[in-house]
Design a binder for this molecule. Structure first.
Ligand code: SF4
Ligand code: SF4
Length: 172
């Protein structure tokens, strides 16, 4: 259901807070070194990342039931996300978005979408082996690609294995 004025206002305030929090967190990560990958390309609005929006929690936070419940309630009542799955092993909370229309692949409240939607797929840049959705028109590019290409060539790997490694490392 499309966001009304009150929900838009609440989401806007939340975006300011979350934006500041995200910027601070990224600054701390930068101080420890640049992420291994950089992002290229632009979003074509394919909607793949809207099918099952996912929040990954650190294990210690996932175990705090009250924190988890609050987060789920926030996403339900403010962001229109309904919990589908809580995976203890990976710390993932997987949602269904009530703003997403699977037929048109469109968001009915795009202007007020939450920070996690605006930020995707940047969190992947901090993972060891980022995997984009097949239809995503972004690209993650390994920063030290030339050095890695040389190292892979030196390994004399079978072509299929080399192709899979190159794909997963964003070298193509
Ligand atoms: S999967 Fe990628 S291209 Fe598709 S909507 Fe999400 S960010 Fe945009
Ligand atoms: S709020 Fe909009 S952009 Fe975010 S997951 Fe839902 S449909 Fe996608």
């Amino acid at each position: 259901m499309r966001d009304g004025p009150l929900r838009c206002l609440v989401k806007r305030v939340a975006r300011w807070v979350q934006g500041a929090d995200l910027a601070l967190g990224r600054l701390v990560l930068r101080l420890e070194g640049e992420p291994l990958y950089r992002l290229e390309g632009a979003c074509s609005g394919c909607g793949s990342c809207c099918e099952h929006p996912t929040v990954l929690l650190p294990r210690v936070l996932f175990r705090l039931r009250s924190y988890r419940s609050l987060l789920v309630a926030w996403h339900r009542w403010v962001n229109g996300l309904e919990l589908e799955l809580a995976d203890r092993r990976s710390g993932a909370l997987v949602f269904r978005c009530t703003h997403f229309d699977p037929a048109t692949r469109a968001c009915d409240s795009y202007a007020s979408r939450p920070t996690m939607c605006r930020d995707y797929p940047r969190p992947l840049l901090y993972q060891a082996a980022p995997e984009l959705f097949p239809a995503c028109t972004h690209r993650v590019v390994y920063r030290h690609a030339a050095r890695l290409e040389q190292a892979l060539e030196d390994q004399d790997l079978p072509p299929e294995q080399l192709a899979e490694l190159r794909r997963r490392l964003g070298l193509d």
